[in-house]
Design a binder for this molecule. Structure first.
Ligand code: GTP
Ligand code: SPV
Ligand code: MN
Length: 596
């Protein structure tokens, strides 16, 4: 175990962790299939995981978390910068020394009788100039196996790291999974993450939200790049030209779905195609040619299961057919496969629901989520290589040039189906004012409208006023090569609460307008909030959707937006004098435009 690296900073940290956690055994994850296979067998032997039907779901496993541990916990997530001011008004903060002491007290000795797994991992293809290394220690095989899908793991990461100290330290300790002692803490100035008393994905797969967003957003601010909660896709037109776009939607608002979308038949026949580069996180830097280039730092998809089916997201479902881990879905006991609400219209008669109780369809009451077979935030962990439309650029590490950035969220009323911001500054304003109805991806009430700037509210590792300023600064550096910024809303509802826009594959119709705007070939009308398409500019071929409804979801109502501007003004108050003057001016301009 001592020979796996000569890096003195790594060795010293591992010694500290061993002394603190006192494991019975220490295992370094080397990246080999043999080692992972042995761990799968061990997890099945202890009941931590269940092997699924090898014929129908080869290499697939099932896992249940504790019912109190099924989503991210934002009220127990902290940014422990030395100065409180640097965490800003949108993050929980605690003094780092105080928090280290508290967390070490919680974690001390908790690996006793357990094994410490040391996971060297790379965010981004190993060796890519855009990639960064991390090491997570954990006492959970489930975490090891998920990390082995979601990131590039193994000792090769350490070979590339050499003697550098530029790596992120991640300590995960399951402890007793006690929600009262659960903490997810980021120490951005120390490149350190500590997560205790949880075993749920977003809290414990430390490469994902903790590193690739919270720590990396801080690094990007200091080093002149961006870490964003964005999918990345390539839209190929019939001439074979691919335009890349990145889109930031809050958790469970459609990133995985858009990233893997299948265009409507008439567009497929013409030769349109979507390529998936990433479904959750984008790291973006200015390239040698002055454009913005994005990589997906992840290696797999930790996707929302409910609602995923052959029609809504064929490619995501296909990605889960082998070598996938399912968490908190239901098991069909007749054939040892999995099921979730919205998979198909044949719920299993003889099932075990996500908490481990017997379940059959007669128990299901639509209005009562506690009767569902799968938890609303149940997830699949699927390797990116399984995705039928994975982009050939995905693994290259050079990144793809981004032409458009899209913001969006769930807004039953108010925000139109799509609009284009007037320029970068105005686009940053649109992102900073984003709002969305909350979802099951985080613990707490669902369906409440909250401001979620750039979909980064739970993920920004520093003061959000400085984050806005960083966006404005990036725009200045990019100049006329900056991506165009858009906003979309697939979630407008009628008075009964039904979604008006069909969404999913039909969102391609909106993407085509966006790409045409980037190329200067589509029309729009200027409104108070930006450029909105004429209803005729959105192609409705083969769609049973009337143009009057389309007009209604494209409309910009001055009274509604006057109220929205007042809410944005309220939202802006918390940033105090850290709110960039440019954004204040944008708000004043909106207020003036809707007051007329
Ligand atoms: P995270 O992994 O939490 O970051 O979520 P995500 O943004 O990747 O969301 P995802 O694509 O998994 O979608 C979440 C939920 O939104 C699923 O239940 C989808 O069925 C639903 N959804 C996605 N796209 C659309 C759409 O265009 N219209 C409607 N009505 N629902 C959608
Ligand atoms: C999200 O909540 O935005 C996710 C899932 O992508 S988690 O990994 O839990 O953060
Ligand atoms: Mn996400």
């Amino acid at each position: 175990m001592n020979k796996f690296t000569k890096n003195p900073t790594v060795l010293a940290w591992i010694e500290d962790m061993k002394a603190l956690l006192t494991p019975d055994n220490v295992v370094v994850i080397d990246g080999s299939e043999e080692q992972l296979e042995a761990l799968r067998a061990e997890a099945c032997a202890t009941g931590e995981m269940i092997k699924l039907n090898e014929e129908k779901l080869p290499g697939c496993y099932y896992h249940r978390t504790k019912p109190n541990d099924v989503a991210r916990v934002e009220d127990r997530t902290f940014i422990c910068s030395r100065e409180k001011e640097n965490a800003g008004p949108t993050n929980n903060w605690c003094d780092p020394q105080e928090m280290y002491a508290k967390l070490y007290d919680i974690a001390r000795g908790t690996y006793k009788g357990r094994t410490m797994y040391i996971i060297p991992f790379s965010m981004g293809p190993i060796g890519s100039p855009l990639a960064k290394a991390g090491i997570e220690v954990t006492d959970s095989i489930y975490v090891v196996l998920n990390m082995a899908i979601m990131t590039r793991v193994g000792t090769a990461v350490l070979d590339v790291l050499g003697d550098s100290n530029d790596w992120v330290r991640g300590l995960h300790a399951k402890c007793d999974v006690d929600p009262e002692k659960r903490y997810i803490c980021q120490f951005p100035e120390d490149n350190t993450i500590i997560s205790v008393n949880s075993a749920y994905g977003g809290n414990v797969l430390l490469g994902k939200k903790c590193f690739a967003l919270r720590i990396a957003s801080y690094q990007g601010w200091k080093e002149g790049w961006m870490a964003e909660h964005m999918l990345i896709l390539g839209l190929e037109n019939p001439k074979g030209e691919v335009t890349y776009v990145a889109a930031a939607f809050p958790s469970a608002c459609g990133k995985t779905n858009l990233a893997m979308m299948i265009p409507p038949a008439y567009l497929l026949e013409k030769g349109y195609k979507i390529w998936t580069v990433g479904d959750d996180i984008a790291w973006m830097r200015i390239g040698a040619d002055g454009r913005l280039y994005a990589i997906n730092p992840e290696n797999g998809f930790f996707g929302v299961a409910p609602g995923t089916n052959e029609k809504s997201n064929f490619n995501a479902l296909a990605s889960t057919k082998k070598n996938t881990i399912f968490t908190n879905v239901a098991i069909n006991n007749d054939d040892n496969t999995v099921w979730w609400e919205g998979l198909d219209k044949n719920p299993p008669e003889n099932a075990t629901e996500w908490k481990g109780n017997p379940w059959n369809p007669s128990m299901f009451v639509k209005a009562d989520k506690t009767t569902y077979a799968a938890h609303p935030n149940s997830r699949f962990t699927a390797p990116a290589v399984n995705c039928p439309c994975i982009s050939p650029e995905f693994d290259k590490g050079a990144g793809v040039p981004i032409s458009a950035i899209i913001f969006g969220g769930r807004r039953a009323k108010c925000t139109p189906l799509v609009y284009q911001s007037k320029n970068w500054e105005n686009g940053v304003f649109v992102g900073s004012a984003m709002a969305s109805e909350t979802t099951a991806a985080a613990a707490g009430a669902v369906g409440v409208v909250r401001r979620d700037p750039m979909a980064m509210l739970p993920f920004c590792g520093y003061h959000m006023g400085d984050y806005f300023a960083h966006w404005l600064e990036m725009g200045k550096k990019l100049g006329d090569k900056a991506p165009k910024i858009f906003n979309v809303n697939w979630f407008r509802t009628d008075d009964e609460g039904n979604f008006l826009w069909p969404g999913f594959g039909d969102n391609m119709r909106v993407l085509n307008w966006i790409v045409d705007r980037c190329n200067g070939t589509a029309d729009a009308v200027e409104t108070a909030i930006g450029y909105v398409p004429n209803a005729e500019d959105i192609d409705l071929t083969d769609l049973d959707f009337d143009i009057e409804t389309l007009k209604s979801i494209l409309a910009v109502d001055a009274d509604v937006w006057a109220k929205e501007a007042a809410e944005i003004e309220e939202h802006y108050k918390k940033f105090g004098d850290k709110l960039p003057a440019e954004l204040r001016a944008q708000l004043e301009a909106l207020k003036a435009a809707v007051a007329k």
